[in-house]
Write a protein of this length. Structure first.
Length: 308
């Protein structure tokens, strides 16, 4: 029985994860491309696989049409927007996620992006390497208002870190945990109020058809001129053309983006912005988080393949 493993960081720090699969008699097909698999590459590699440990590679209807033997998908992460869940349900393919495994790692990175944007860390570092010791004035983060879009596992971890910065925390989520919010002095509000009042807006929502490009040009214009936007969730939550305009024109202060609609982005203008901190979809890429996600993915896959 074959299983395809697509995430590039799977087993990187703990090769024994592969051994756990082979010890159960499974043949592992690895992602040997060094990047995210394309639809065509997925079709080629998954053809005779019963199991799949999946990163952000596409599993759409075309891929599933080629996956005649597929019985289980273990998502290495929590986002399932790259999986046709309805098709999987029709085909009887079990889908699992590694919920909570990388929450702290992503929250750390989100805060790192906030600080880097607020204090112009990247720009100052670059200037210093050019032996330019001129002072660059930046903005404060301590005591400001933080707006969290999506108060789930990661959002709650971000809110906990905000307490150390004495930040006022607003939250928007269609599913409200009122008990948690009250205990942690978090105020639920509507999205437009959060947009208007926050000094930093950080996105931790799952991507759905309803929130596609929820950060629109209109909402970017409604933000404070000193606002920072951070996105460690999904690129499609943001209207990227509008954000590129807003950063270029100084409509908002800065953005920290670990995710883009296309990775890496092709528009050369992204790479020229001094008020943008870019990430390579690496918020969850810590040794601890990848080990935990990897182990959970292996356990989930073996369970769903009914392999003891």
């Amino acid at each position: 029985m074959k299983v395809l493993v697509t995430p590039r960081s799977f087993g990187k720090n703990n090769p024994a994860l592969f051994d756990q699969l082979t010890a159960k008699g499974l043949t592992v097909v690895r992602n040997d491309t060094g990047g995210i698999l394309t639809e065509q590459q997925m079709c080629e590699k998954i053809a005779d696989c019963a199991g799949l440990i999946l990163g952000i590679d596409p599993v759409n209807q075309r891929v599933l049409d080629q996956a005649k033997e597929l019985k289980a998908i273990a998502k290495y992460g929590v986002g399932t927007d790259n999986i046709d869940l309805e098709a999987c349900q029709r085909l009887g393919i079990k889908v699992s996620r590694t919920v909570g495994a990388n929450s702290n790692a992503v929250a750390d990175y989100a805060f790192a992006l906030m600080l880097a944007c607020a204090r112009r860390v990247n720009l100052i570092d670059r200037r210093c390497r050019q032996k330019d010791w001129g002072k660059i004035t930046s903005i404060d983060l301590y005591g400001k208002t933080l707006g969290i879009v999506g108060l789930g596992c990661v959002g709650k971890c971000v809110a906990k870190r905000a307490q150390g910065f004495s930040m006022r925390v607003l939250a928007y989520d269609i599913y409200k945990d009122e008990t948690y919010a009250k205990a942690n002095n978090i105020c639920y509000t509507d999205l437009d109020t959060l947009i208007a009042e926050s000094d930093v807006i950080t996105l931790h929502a799952a991507l759905t058809p309803e929130n596609h490009q929820m950060i629109s040009k209109e909402r970017l214009c409604a933000m404070k001129k000193t606002a920072i936007l951070v996105n460690t969730a999904r690129g499609d939550l943001v209207d990227e053309a509008a954000l590129l305009w807003a950063l270029t024109e100084g409509e908002i202060y800065a953005a920290g983006l670990d995710v883009f609609v296309q990775e890496p982005p092709t528009d050369p203008r992204w790479y020229t912005l001094d008020n943008l901190v870019m990430g390579s979809h690496c918020a969850s890429s810590t040794a601890g988080a990848t080990d935990t996600m990897g182990q959970m993915a292996v356990d989930n896959l073996l369970r769903d393949l009914a392999i003891a």
